[in-house]
Design a protein around this ligand. Structure first.
Ligand code: ZN
Length: 426
């Protein structure tokens, strides 16, 4: 199959178009497009039915659109979203414990089962350009493995259109509730890819025991770790030190992620640099959800070869009304919360949202290559044919305008178009 007349990650509106040949789900060749002499308006606004007919053929006319790498939501909570349900006012009290208990009091009253609601969110994420998801699934004394099983089954139903990982996540702590360790243990035997953790010092108030359980389970099952770390200041620094120490001791380089990592936003610059060095040395990756307060030092992390991915956290859930499944809009938020204005900084946000998430899930460090020269996670020959076609002038303008009409390809196959997952929600 050949995708003709597309512009690969363009930085200028007149960057030349290319033809992209796809074979066995990967980019097989990239050649200058024969359509480079087209007028700027040629082919734009083409009748939709004609465009879909073309896409059933072996040659798909890209109509001069941007070709961006597939995006990833690598910090999702598919079991708590309420997208598509009747809007309900926010009722949590603003504390971490209050958020957790508000969710516990209400999650059973959703209009769909966990599995169906997770599928609804997955469809929205794919339609926005997402080709990979790492989701946490809550496990606690209240829900046992019910929510975990719903998310696991929903992800499994989309295995042909999505790369997915599932985290067994002790949202209400491990030490302060009974049975949680054993439930995590069971989840790791029943399909979880990673074991989660949560603020070992400030929420469970027993960091050594909390981390010993998390890393003990990871070692027992040969699985990875993804820890929510909202802890700031010296508390967060202490937890990062403990996580890095255990990661190195157990040889878990590439298998441990710290989510949020607010300690990298709330400590003096010299301390942040020391913590980033610890993270890099241990081969730990990070994820951010582009919060209003708590931006990660993206440039410093990149300089140290730390993989950073983007996620949405919850979407219109019991924690907040924000989040709509649109990863390009979340990329905008990442740029906005970093106060970025220059194109290269905003393009780097799309790199985080796409290649960064893929590296987090693969446990790989960034190799320092431009995205268009990266044959593993970028848009070079050999890379997976996971991408988004979108009508915009440049990468930066696509992020600023977030056009809703996108064609999403997974392994060279069109899986979503016009805001909808083809074949419907499963
Ligand atoms: Zn989270």
């Amino acid at each position: 199959m050949t995708l003709t007349d597309v512009r690969l990650f363009p930085r200028h509106h007149d960057d030349p178009a290319v033809d992209v040949e796809i074979a066995d789900g990967r980019i097989a060749a990239i050649t200058p497009s024969r359509r480079n002499d087209r007028r700027p308006d040629d082919g734009r606004g083409e009748d939709e039915s004609r465009s879909h007919l073309r896409e059933e053929s072996e040659h798909i006319d890209g109509r001069g659109r941007l070709l961006l790498p597939g995006l990833g939501d690598v910090h999702a909570h598919l079991d708590s979203n309420r997208m598509g349900q009747t809007f309900r006012p926010h009722t949590a009290d603003g504390t971490l414990h209050g958020y957790i208990m508000n969710d516990r009091a209400n999650w059973r009253h959703g209009e769909r089962s966990v599995r169906d609601q997770a599928s609804y969110a997955i469809a929205a994420i794919i339609a926005s350009g997402g080709t990979r998801i790492r989701s946490h699934a809550q496990i606690d004394a209240d829900c046992s493995l019910d929510r975990f099983a719903g998310v696991r089954d929903a992800l499994a139903a989309h295995a042909d259109v999505l790369d997915a990982q599932l985290v067994a996540f002790p949202q209400a702590g491990i030490v302060r509730e009974p049975r949680v360790r054993d439930l995590l243990d069971a989840a790791l035997s029943e399909g979880a890819d990673l074991v989660g953790g949560l603020d070992p010092l400030q929420y469970d108030r027993d960091p050594v025991r909390h981390l010993d359980i998390v890393f003990g389970l990871a070692e027992k099952h040969g699985k990875g770790v993804d820890i929510h770390l909202h802890e700031g200041g010296s508390a967060g620094a202490y937890s990062i030190e403990e996580i890095a120490h255990r990661t190195k001791t157990l040889g878990l380089e590439g298998q441990v992620t710290i989510s949020h990592a607010f300690a990298l936003h709330t400590n003096p610059e010299s301390e942040v640099r020391r913590l980033v060095e610890l993270i890099a040395e241990a081969g730990i990756s990070c994820t951010t959800v582009a919060p209003s307060k708590g931006a990660l030092p993206l440039r410093l992390l990149a300089e140290h070869g730390v993989a950073v991915g983007l996620g949405e956290d919850g979407q219109r859930d019991y924690w907040s009304p924000y989040g709509d499944g649109d990863l390009l809009r979340r990329t905008w938020q990442l740029a906005f919360t970093n106060s970025f204005r220059h194109d290269e900084d905003i393009e780097a946000c799309l790199d985080v949202a796409s290649r960064g998430g893929a590296q987090v899930m693969a446990g790989t460090r960034p190799a320092g290559l431009p995205l268009t020269e990266d044959a593993d996670f970028g848009l070079a020959v050999g890379a997976p044919a996971d991408f988004v076609l979108i009508d915009a002038d440049t990468v930066t303008s696509a992020i600023m305008d977030t056009p809703r009409d996108r064609d999403v390809y997974k392994g060279g196959v069109l899986v979503a178009s016009g805001g909808r997952l083809l074949g419907g929600v499963r």
